[in-house]
Design a binder for this molecule. Structure first.
Ligand code: DC
Length: 231
């Protein structure tokens, strides 16, 4: 069967990465979580005092972009690819609410997007890839053979994310998480460079009331149909 590119975009906390990861495993494809790349750059900015709630030194961040290396490296214990920032594994450190609260600002900087989009396009050259994010079907791979756009109500998404954070031991309230989900929706869809929007030829998946297994089965079926057509 011919190898294809599968682009999965959509709102934050819609479970894009869970479905994308499972799909990549089932097809033996590479999985790339582009949100993790924006989060890694945000972590760099936070840890180097370039942004916090009261200030944002975007010029300082831009001047560091050339020597900032974001990569995915295989964890020898789990076999999973994990995000590295300048060769250091930061997979856990990028998932905090602190990073979530700053990431939309960083993802709106054109120079940051330019650097990461270029890297993402290079990763897809050999095809056989599932990539998730916000602009994969519109900007990174506008010719992807299969495009999905995932969404769900803000409340449902906040409930899922809240549960995840609490399970990881973070001290957050549901209201804080809901506010973050809504703020990110707003910032991600109204930014000037590559705002979050559905590609004209993307298939919409509202998973407010859909379990993970059902989503996965449906998406796998769609992917198989596309691959068979392309034979
Ligand atoms: O998927 P996520 O929640 O981990 O993404 C983190 C942030 O990065 C999200 O608020 C928007 C941004 N993002 C983006 O602008 N473009 C992408 N391709 C992926 C993520």
């Amino acid at each position: 069967m011919g190898k294809i590119i599968i682009a999965i975009d959509g709102h934050s906390s819609t479970g894009k990465s869970t479905v994308a990861k499972r799909l990549a495993e089932a097809l033996d494809y590479l999985y790339v979580d582009t949100g993790a790349m924006y989060r890694a750059v945000t972590l760099f900015a936070l840890e180097n005092g370039l942004i916090d709630d009261s200030q944002q030194n975007f010029e300082g961040l831009k001047s560091h972009l050339d020597d900032l290396d974001v990569s995915f490296q295989r964890n020898p214990e789990t076999g999973q690819f994990q995000i590295h920032l300048n060769n250091e594994n930061v997979e856990n450190r990028i998932r905090t609410l602190d990073v979530s609260q700053q990431v939309s600002k960083i993802a709106a900087i054109p120079e940051v997007r330019e650097k990461l989009v270029e890297q993402q396009q290079r990763m897809g050259v050999g095809k056989g890839m599932v990539m998730d994010g916000r602009d994969i079907g519109t900007v990174v791979f506008p010719k992807a053979e299969l495009k999905l756009f995932m969404t769900a109500s803000a409340e449902k998404r906040a409930q899922r994310r809240y549960k995840e954070l609490v399970e990881r031991g973070e001290e957050v309230t549901y209201d804080e998480v809901l506010k973050n989900v809504q703020e990110r929706d707003h910032l991600d869809s109204t930014r000037e460079t590559s705002p979050l929007r559905k590609a004209g030829d993307a298939i919409v998946f509202d998973n407010s009331d859909m379990g993970l297994d059902e989503q996965f089965e449906r998406v796998l079926c769609l992917a198989q149909q596309v691959m068979e057509k392309g034979l």
